[in-house]
Design a protein around this ligand. Sequence first.
Ligand code: NAD
Length: 441
Amino acid sequence: MKVVIVGTGYVGLVTGACLAEVGTEVVCADVDAAKIARLQNGILPIYEPGLQEIVMRNQQGARLSFTTDLAAALPKAEVVFIAVGTPPGEDGSADLKYVLQVASQIGQLMDHYLVVVTKSTVPVGTAARVNRAIKESLVARRLILDYDVASNPEFLKEGAAVNDFLKPDRIVVGVNTMRARQTLEQLYRPFLLNGHPILFMDIASAEMTKYAANAMLATRISYMNDIANLCGLAGADINQVRKGIGSDPRIGKHFLYPGIGYGGSCFPKDVKALIQTGREYGYQLRILDAVEAVNEDQKRLLFQKVLRHFDGDIRDKKFAVWGLSFKPNTDDMREAPSLVLINSLLSAGAIVSVYDPVAMEEALNYLGSNVTFADNMYSAAEDAAAVLLVTEWNTFRMPDWARLQGLMQSPLLFDGRNIYDDVQLVKQGFTYYGIGNAAAT
Ligand code: NAD
């Protein structure tokens, strides 16, 4: 089977590489000529564990290729995935202009039956708009061609995307014809054989499933952050509370970690977009309004703890920020909470030195020359008034505390992810602030 993927970002590239890995012929198309040129030379535009090897192997095996020429990619394809960005518009709704541009383009170029699948995260009702865009292009060409639209939202997690794609918990597919269903069943057959289920449903439900999933996960984060903040005030310890509630299988132990708020390219924009979809239908998603509000406050929490510790004056003090990407194992800086923290520190007149094992190059686009990019976690901390742990990369988990203490102006640590042992650190002479325990306030 031949498949074309339009949009070669985190989702498109992983989808293309992984489908090629299970034997599909894949062409990845993108309008970004520089990105495609680099990919043709085996250089990946993103950091994603395990992806480089799969891309190389399948490029060499001639199952995976990259192009800017969608017209040349489409002949003989049976399925086209739309995997372009759906950034937030001014009112928070998903901006569908890239998705609809691609749909129109497909209508302008197709010459045989295709299943056109939205893999981008799109609001309920988008498939109908994709259908209309394709139809209008065909009408303009005075052509009658058979095609189907389908929805196949992607649930991969950045940082574990290859594994998530190759071993999915479920594959959600929304279809409204048997032909589309059979085509996609055939495409995903290698996954089915390995026991990974496909959930076929109607298109609107598939579109809604993606938002409902992300909004539920964001809700867990904001809920835990809210409870953590109360724990800090009331003398309870969120780490113990987390274990206590997570042992109940109805709650489950995953995704219960408090921190400094969710970020990234998905949760913030998808929560906003779902709220906006609610508005369009005259329905207020009150829970999600609160999820957002808690998250906005939480992103400022570490900064407020810093200010409080220094009685409001951090002018000319140096702070080391460990971790920049919105979560470990990715270089993605979109909506990273680190940016809110760093900008607050800078606005208050502080000096900021940062270190991240992977995201420094990407972070340069966001932070420019306003901060010092250190060579390693220790040089970032030289003469620092405090270290602020922001992203829980493995490399930060077991620092040489004595070395750190010797380097810093004062042994002070703000742990935005609760990864350190507060008791041990205090014994070692550190002043420690975490999230949601007595030591945190
Ligand atoms: P991205 O910004 O990394 O990539 C989008 C790509 O589309 C870019 O390379 C861009 O050049 C390309 N593009 C834009 N317009 C185009 C056009 N007309 N023709 C061809 N290419 C075009 O985005 P992403 O993170 O891969 O996200 C894509 C979609 O998948 C979004 O809707 C997102 O919400 C969803 N999603 C993302 C993730 C994730 O973890 N990143 C997970 C699940 C779903």
